[in-house]
Design a protein. Structure first.
Length: 253
């Protein structure tokens, strides 16, 4: 996403480059931040931030913030060729998803939007996808992490009065280690348990409060090498993230 097309990086001081990098890496949250917050996060002074904004051609910070917000919204509109799941499954057959998948995704997105803490868990390729999902949510400002050390006492992550959600990623829904984790959360009813899997009737899915299902053929090489496609699960994750972005920007919902 190019915001400052005419900016020559060679003419920027080291401090200005730090400010620029921070702005570009956090472009979606900048319109909702104060100058002091940007300065603290970029490890520079507020005066340096003001001077950089003026160097960009803006007379005031509110003017700069308004410009950034409009640019971000324009970027989203330009990339919103489709709505909902269709945006992410142009190469997939809709028949691999449950008929009410859009409702399922919206329900999960609303739950995540209201959570204080979100933990993604998975193993192998699903673990990599869990890491990707948690990073994307963290980029949106959510307290979200992924964890694949399944013998770790994750109960230490949760706090009393905190609305927490655990999202399990598993193709089969029969991963022994994940089942042990979800079983250990049975007594903690305040913790929401969600699952993205290819089998809604699997052991893991039935132990969770809610599951989003997709159909995919498991493919393995030499038994232990998993080659199963993660594309359906990725499409679901991206769509959930799309709704979370919209919830943060009511004007585009």
């Amino acid at each position: 996403m190019t915001v400052f097309e005419n900016l020559d990086m060679k003419n920027l001081s080291s401090v200005e480059q730090e400010i620029y990098r921070y702005l570009m890496n956090n472009i979606e949250t900048v319109p909702y931040m104060r100058v002091r917050e940007i300065a603290d996060e970029a490890h520079v002074s507020s005066t340096s931030v003001f001077r950089f904004i003026q160097k960009l051609g803006f007379e005031s910070y509110p003017e700069f913030r308004f410009f950034i917000k409009n640019q971000v919204e324009k970027f989203r509109e330009d990339n919103r060729a489709h709505s909902g799941l269709e945006k992410h499954i142009e190469t997939l057959n809709m028949s691999i998803f449950h008929p009410d998948v859009e409702y399922q995704i919206k329900r999960m997105a609303k739950a995540l939007a209201g959570a204080d803490f979100i933990l993604f868990m998975g193993m192998g390729a699903s673990g990599s996808l869990a890491q990707y999902a948690s990073r994307k949510l963290a980029n949106l400002g959510y307290f979200s992490i992924s964890f694949d050390e399944l013998t770790y006492p994750i109960q230490s992550f949760f706090r009393k009065g905190q609305k927490s959600i655990v999202v399990f990623m598993s193709v089969s829904g029969e991963t022994k280690e994940l089942i042990e984790v979800v079983s250990g959360l049975d007594s903690q009813k305040e913790i929401g348990k969600y699952c993205i899997t290819q089998d809604r009737n699997s052991t893991l899915a039935t132990r969770c409060d809610y599951a989003i299902e997709y159909a995919v053929k498991e493919e393995r090489k030499q038994i232990f090498l998993d080659l199963t496609s993660q594309l359906p699960a990725m499409a679901i994750i991206e769509t959930v993230i799309g709704y979370l972005e919209d919830y943060q920007n009511p004007s585009v919902v």
